[in-house]
Ligand binder design. Structure first.
Ligand code: TYD
Length: 205
């Protein structure tokens, strides 16, 4: 693929404040007059959004869940992400494959090797250029979640599940230090946003 644009992904445990920083990133790129696409997983396409409804609310085995995540992802990559990057846009996805390793493997025990197979099948040479990991101790994220919304299937999981998801994310970040920027979500919004700005400027210069 002839990739002209940049691919950025946003990850983190539920309740780590991803959503509010998405607004900041959009505003920042709009002010710079850059062409960008903000999208999300599971979702990002018509079929993907229908799969999202099922994935977030229906019970299924962890392996089925993984396969459906990657079915939605394949649609997303072919219809939104690759075309966007080929046209030279910055494509930002609210979650991507790291989430499958963190939630389905870290949280639910699917083998990494099985996820590797699906990843190779749908992603081929596609890799994010930059991944922001919004990190927060699980006690704090659970408190925040309970205050702010009606919980989906993943958000209702036990504390141990979220601990394992967080651990897995931090391990992936540690193994890919060039791609990851880990943001401590306990810091002030201003501090987090200035770290985001530095990383975006570095990537987009
Ligand atoms: P999330 O991105 O947190 O959206 P919202 O802020 O609207 O709740 O919700 C998506 C959920 O899907 C989240 O709990 C993580 C989960 N998920 C996986 O388990 N595996 C995946 O591969 C992806 C992309 C998401």
């Amino acid at each position: 693929m002839n990739q002209l644009g940049k691919f950025i992904t946003l990850e983190g445990v539920d309740g780590a404040g991803k959503t509010s920083h998405i607004e900041f990133i959009k505003e920042y790129l709009t002010n710079l007059k850059l062409d960008f696409i903000m999208t999300r997983e599971p979702g990002g396409t018509e079929l993907g959004e229908r799969l999202r409804e099922i994935l977030l609310h229906d019970e299924m085995t962890p392996k089925t869940e993984t396969i459906l995540m990657f079915a939605a992802r394949n649609e997303h990559i072919e219809k939104v992400i690759r075309p966007g990057l080929t046209s030279g846009a910055i494509v930002i996805s609210d979650r991507f494959t790291d989430a499958s390793y963190a939630y389905q493997s870290g949280g639910k025990g699917v083998e990494d090797e099985e996820i590797d197979v699906l990843k190779d099948l749908v992603q081929k040479n596609l890799q994010p250029d930059l991944t922001f990991l919004f990190d927060l101790p699980v006690e704090v994220s659970i408190k925040r979640l309970k205050k702010t919304r009606k919980l989906d299937k993943f958000e209702k999981e036990e504390k141990d599940f979220h601990e394992n998801v967080r651990k897995k994310y931090l391990m992936i970040a540690k193994n890919n230090p060039k791609r990851f920027s880990v943001l401590n979500s306990e810091k002030s919004i201003d501090e987090i946003q200035s770290q985001i700005k530095i990383k975006l400027d570095e990537l987009l210069k």
